[in-house]
Design a protein around this ligand. Structure first.
Ligand code: NAI
Length: 794
């Protein structure tokens, strides 16, 4: 071709990145990689191994060790041994290690980028410009948190030994997201990379050891899902951090239930990409390119559901289809390509099958023509337009370069369609009207929202989802807390559960002459008779019947959840308003302090002074949360990218609370108050042994301007009622304090909607100790942080 012809055609020639260094590294390990345990490559105990393939050619790339129980055991033992010393280092010493890792990544950036592109199939342009620099940024950012640990997290201690399981879509970046905060804050790690893409983890481990990371601090055990399961099941793991599919997330939730392990799950998504009719259309079209054709669409937060306002739909689709045709698909190491290969044939087959289903269900197929290299797993950029909101392709995560599109008329309809998903990971909004965009951002069920942008990430900005997209955050201050636990909780001892010998469900056994009526339940601001019409007698430690409370059942819980859902106005009330009401509750309790103190003494056998002290502590706690209501605020992050990110703490929604047997008034207040201060609505089950402080509280709630449905109280068996709440899909979170069995049941049954759980594993809290029983450790669990990225400045 002549130069003139090149100018006419404007086609790109290949611009391959050299893979010599990467192939040399692979050749050094040609006999097979071991696991990386205690600072050295270690052959698999079983001698078993498996091949890993190059997605762009289908050729074998390396041989990886299969991790079995013995390998996991030795990796966990190495991590346990190392953790003691690692946690004892000063924050500054750990900061220096993290800094060394950041520099090490930068020094080897090209090698890592090439190995990642070969191993995953993604374009070198992306690994070079995004995965690797962002990974380095995570180590820099977290070097900072290590340095500041003593001052910023002085009331917390590391969780301990962490098992981390990551997927194949961002192998190196996910490694950085996971290990940087874990190591920075004094934990050690056993990482199980995805079986398709383990190479950069092994490369990192090798380089980190050379950079002076002490043996055992970071270990890698390779293998398939079974190896991950062995890590999850290991008794000496304190926390599991998982990123991957929702199905496996559910399995892990069930397997860790009741085992006292902390858990974070970053799962799937079907994120809406909303284009309003006043959007910059070309900007939005470019946005779609980054939303769904970036990383071959294998992105958990991919903007995979396009919602386009009707008036611009034709024009938008025209331009989008035209742009789609210009995307170049090819060899990952060619610097001129936009899309590389799909990670594995099995994923390719899944994409093909889902697209076929979409077409069969009436979607219109648009596909770019590609000239894909032979032998690899390639799939063209694809758009399915005119899809039904309920069709498979509109609801299932395709995890490939396939956008589906539908239209809407009004912002309300856009919000409804956007939220019509079991997921809640991310969302993208395109409009030139800032008021509209921010109004919609507030109403989307998503952990991350991008305004006039998409797929922006930074180490300082938390990332994570709601609903079946999992729980927990990675990045930022909130991400650090996922690797810490409150120091004040470390001293908690196993609680002795009361045997309840005095609790009978038939009134006949006791003289009830002093009781004139059975206390009802408190649902939707009204006292309601229990559905089953049963009640139970409450007896003092001296054996005297002192009251009767309703025996709530699953129907009562369901009614209470409906009432709590209807009280959504509380979530939108101003923080000042919520603070005022909390003060008012405290004032009304104060006015009846003697009566409440006497009740506590009669019920529990505590001295009059102790009863009085519990009421005073409860009033003070209400003041604390009234104080926090308008002070537990968000922050504005300033990432090194265009714009800023507003980190907004949002109420989780409807939260169930199972109160512990002890401190009948104070524990009830300590759990309910932080939840309502942050805008949640509560269904609370009071202490089984001493429920009368909570039933006395109905009238306090009635006279304190608490809107109907904000606090609902159901007496009865906490264990039974907890089961109903844990399995209820409209309960968004469940706090359960009681026996270890209660914690286990709650965690196990919460798997349906993957609700957030907060359990004490049978450890008793000293509710009078403000370090252990109030403040940020509770407020943090009462909210989800939504990060809203907005344009700001130039
Ligand atoms: P996956 O969830 O099975 O794999 C993720 C990681 O979990 C891998 O390291 C795997 O070895 C491990 N794993 C698998 N089973 C396990 C178990 N029982 N216990 C512990 N660890 C286990 O994802 P997979 O099969 O690779 O992809 C299937 C689908 O999942 C994709 O098509 C996509 O829809 C979705 N996915 C979503 C991701 C996200 O970030 N949201 C990431 C990867 C996959």
């Amino acid at each position: 071709m002549t130069v003139a012809e090149y100018f006419d055609e404007m086609s790109y020639g290949p611009a391959p990145e050299s893979d010599t260094e990467a192939r040399t590294w692979l050749a050094r390990h040609a006999s097979g990689f071991g696991h990386f345990i205690n600072g050295a490559f270690t052959p698999p105990a079983s001698g078993k191994s498996f091949d890993t393939f190059e997605p762009a050619t289908g050729k074998v790339l390396a041989r990886l060790a299969t991790g079995d129980k013995a390998d996991i055991d030795s990796a966990v033992a190495a991590a346990r041994k190392a953790q003691v010393q690692w946690a004892q280092l000063s924050g500054h010493s750990r900061a220096r290690h993290l800094y060394a890792l950041a520099r090490m990544i930068q020094r080897h950036a090209r090698l890592i980028a090439v190995v990642e592109a070969i191993d995953n199939g993604k374009p070198i342009r992306e690994t070079r410009d995004l995965d690797v620099p962002l990974a380095a940024r995570h180590f820099y950012h977290h070097a900072g948190w290590a340095q500041l640990q003593e001052t910023e997290f002085g009331d917390q201690v590391p969780v301990g030994v962490v098992g981390q399981i990551i997927p194949w879509n961002f192998p190196f970046l996910m490694l950085a997201w996971k290990i940087a905060p874990a190591l920075a804050l004094g934990n050690t790690v056993v990482l199980k990379p995805a079986e398709f893409t383990s190479l950069t983890a092994l490369l990192f481990a090798e380089l980190a050891a050379a950079a002076g990371l002490p043996p055992g601090v970071f270990n890698v055990v390779t293998g398939e899902g079974n190896t991950g399961a062995l890590l999850v099941d290991h008794p000496d793991i304190d926390k599991i951090a998982f990123t991957g599919s929702t199905d496996v997330g559910r399995i892990i939730r069930e397997r860790t239930a009741g085992r006292g392990k902390s858990l974070t799950l970053e799962l799937g998504g079907k994120s809406p990409f909303i284009v309003f009719d006043d959007a910059d259309i070309d900007g939005a079209v470019e946005g779609v390119v980054d939303a769904i054709w970036f990383n071959q669409g294998q992105v958990c937060c991919a903007g995979s559901r396009l919602l386009v306002q009707e008036g611009i739909s034709d024009l938008f689709h025209q331009r989008l289809i035209r742009r789609m045709q210009t995307l170049r698909v090819g060899q990952p190491l060619d610097k001129c390509i936009d899309m590389g290969a799909i990670v594995a044939p099995v994923q390719l087959a899944r994409i093909e099958s889902l697209v076929k289903q979409g077409v069969a269900q009436g979607a219109i197929l648009h596909q770019a023509k590609i000239d894909a290299p032979k032998g690899g797993s390639f799939y063209p950029p694809t758009l399915l337009s005119g899809v039904q909101p309920t069709s498979t392709v509109a609801t299932e995560e395709i995890f490939g370069p396939v956008a589906v599109s539908m239209t809407f008329r009004t912002p309300e309809e856009a919000i409804q369609l956007a939220n019509h998903s079991r997921y809640g990971l991310a969302a993208s909004i395109w409009s030139e009207t800032i008021g509209l965009a921010l109004n919609v951002a507030a109403k989307l069920a998503a952990g991350v929202v991008w305004v006039n942008a998409t797929n922006l990430f930074d180490a300082a900005v938390g990332f994570g989802g709601k609903r079946e997209s999992g729980f927990g955050r990675e990045g930022g201050r909130e991400g650090c807390y996922e690797y810490l636990k409150p120091k004040a909780w470390a001293a908690r001892k196993a609680r002795t559960m009361p045997s309840l010998p005095h609790l009978k469900t038939t009134a006949g056994d006791f003289s009830l002459s002093s009781i004139d009526r059975t206390t009802k339940l408190f649902i939707g601001g009204k006292q309601a008779r229990p559905d089953g019409n049963y009640s139970r007698v409450i007896v003092s430690p001296k054996g005297k019947a002192i009251g009767e409370v309703g025996e709530g059942n699953r129907k009562d819980i369901r009614n209470a959840v409906v009432a709590a859902q209807a009280a959504a106005g509380w979530t939108n009330a101003t923080a000042h308003n919520r603070a005022q009401i909390l003060y008012y509750i405290a004032e009304n309790l104060s006015g009846r302090a003697d009566e409440f103190a006497a009740r506590i003494s009669t019920m529990t056998g505590a001295s009059a002074a102790a009863g009085k002290a519990e009421v005073e502590a409860s009033i003070s706690r209400l003041f604390t949360y009234a104080a926090w209501a308008d002070k537990y605020e968000g922050v504005v992050h300033m990432p090194p990218l265009r714009g800023v990110a507003l980190a907004m703490p949002e109420a989780i929604g409807v939260v169930g609370v199972i109160c512990p047997p002890e401190a009948p008034l104070l524990a009830f207040i300590s759990l309910v108050a932080p939840l309502i201060a942050t805008g949640n609505r509560v269904v609370a089950v009071p202490s089984e042994t001493y429920p009368l402080s909570a039933t006395d509280f109905y009238s306090i709630l009635e006279t304190s301007d608490v809107p109907a449905g904000v606090v609902n109280i159901i007496t009865g068996s906490p264990d039974e009622l907890a089961k109903t709440m844990a399995a209820h899909n409209d309960v968004d979170a469940l706090w359960a304090f009681g026996s270890p069995e209660l914690s286990a049941t709650v965690e196990k049954l919460s798997v349906g909607n993957l609700k957030r759980t907060f359990v004490d594993n049978g450890k008793a809290t000293d509710w009078f100790d403000s370090a252990a029983a109030e403040g940020a450790n509770y407020l943090r669990r009462a909210v989800d942080v939504k990060n809203i990225w907005i344009p700001y400045g130039e």
